[in-house]
Ligand binder design. Sequence first.
Ligand code: NAD
Ligand code: A1AUG
Length: 546
Amino acid sequence: MSSQLATFKIPNIDNEPMYNYGPGSAERAGLQAAVDKMIKSAPFEIPCIVNGKEVKTGDIQAQYMPHDHASKLCTYHNASPEVVASAIDGALAARQEWEELPWADKAAIFLKTADLIAGKYRYELMAATMLGQGKNAWQAEIDAAAELCDFLRFSVKYVEELYTQQPPRNSTGVWNRTEFRPLEGFVLAVTPFNFTAIGGNLVGAPALVGNVVVWKPSPMATYAGYLVHKIFLEAGMPPSVIQFVPGDAPSVVKQAIDHRDFAGLHFTGSTHVFKQLWKNIANNLDVYRGYPRIVGETGGKNFHLYHPSADVKSGVVQAIRAAFEYSGQKCSALSRVYVPASLWKNGFKDTLIEETEKVTVGPCTAWDNFTGPVINKVAFDKITGIITKAKEQGDEVIAGGSWDESKGYFIKPTVILTKNPKALTLTTEIFGPVITVYVYEDSEFEAMPKLIDETTEYALTGSIFAQERKALQYAAHHLRNSAGNFYINDKCTGAVVGQQPFGGARASGTNDKSGSINIFTRFVSMRSIKENFVAPEDYKYPSNFL
Ligand SMILES: NC(=O)c1ccc[n+]([C@@H]2O[C@H](COP(=O)([O-])OP(=O)(O)OC[C@H]3O[C@@H](n4cnc5c(N)ncnc54)[C@H](O)[C@@H]3O)[C@@H](O)[C@H]2O)c1
Ligand SMILES: N[C@@H](CCC=O)C(=O)O
């Protein structure tokens, strides 16, 4: 047991400043050196890490570089059932000590992790994200440097705020207090390929409020996840608090979810996987000690709605960034574009086609590529198959529409034009560099929010572009439930921790908003404590006397 003999104040928290990587800059040289070194040293051999110790099972899988799919970034050892069992046991054994570690020490570990990522490991982690997940320098900076540091630091700020939330009233002779206990058991973090930062946050958020976490990383982000885990350990995270168990997803996850002490799921990934996991958890309710917390952020079918008063040039620029950066593999990426006929004829169409055709696609290692590959063969086949099917169904490809998988999984940014408001590419999540435009008559603007709202099951991100205030107000009101992150005259991607808490409802997830104080409430179980200072002398109340 140790004491904390003051109420410490955390340092000021702000967003991590972004580096620019302009030609000739020191940061460009630093990152280039890290990428070169990583290419030379790959493939790395990645073990499971259980109780801080490397475990090699011999059941080997590989993570390939999507821009050069013959090259392995790493091989990794799939966790066996025995390894998963010892990871869970180790986490549970570490639970009490971690819970009892004073808050300031937990906070210090997180702040130090962020500083290590911002400094010592910035370029290495970015290089792993570029080579393994196919991001270019700018996208890797947004993710593996800025957003990950922001998640770690703002988490500390939010938890400090959470802990100050105490009952507002105390009757005479009474002191009421609230304690934010970690969950009884372990949390399972199942993380996606597309953001190194999301991996770090899905394990970090529950851990910071005292939970122990079993981490099943994405096979396509194994190396970046491994580095993040190592950095946590270097910053002083006790070895058993976060257990790193890559492996066959259905079996690792099933083993964790079937465990009596499973207390929470922190998931980001596709909607169908999340729904299946929720059903599996529901079927196990008699196995558990309590009711597991289920937090999941999933797919989207994000939109830009343009009003006839919108500015064409900036509207197109925002669409291109939202749709094609990171080849449309952000859950927030633009997918549906609703444009009035007047704008479409007067510049929107021509500028969109012209600018889309100019977007450079190629290896993330070349500085002048605006975007890179899609993540793997499965994604490549799915996306190109959907474009082909859209054409077969009568929709017109007006830009892009070609691909090449000879070396990496490259798909040209593609614009589809449809007359069918329920077209396949307006309703299905594609998760690639494809947008579909639906042109409406200017007089139909007021009907568009209803159409947008009813076209898909998702409600993640969306934007309205207009100069007329009335149109902005109308769209914001009528699209209230169509997006958890709603933008006005801005693109539908690029939420920043501490500024726009992120997440969507309906099929897009539980909308618990990563990057806000709300997420922490999902991983604590509050205890109300009432202390009475005045001893009663008679069991009767005044109304009992004559
Ligand atoms: N809403 C958000 O905040 C957000 C953020 C990032 C990504 N996403 C979504 O994630 C998806 C892309 O990520 P992805 O391809 O990594 O998703 P995915 O669902 O394929 O994988 C996510 C995780 O689930 C695991 N998994 C896959 N199949 C499983 C199964 N049958 N049982 C148990 N676990 C399983 C994977 O190994 C991985 O760790 C997109 O749908 C995207 O919209 C959403
Ligand atoms: N927070 C990111 C999306 C994360 C999902 O992949 C954005 O807003 O663009």
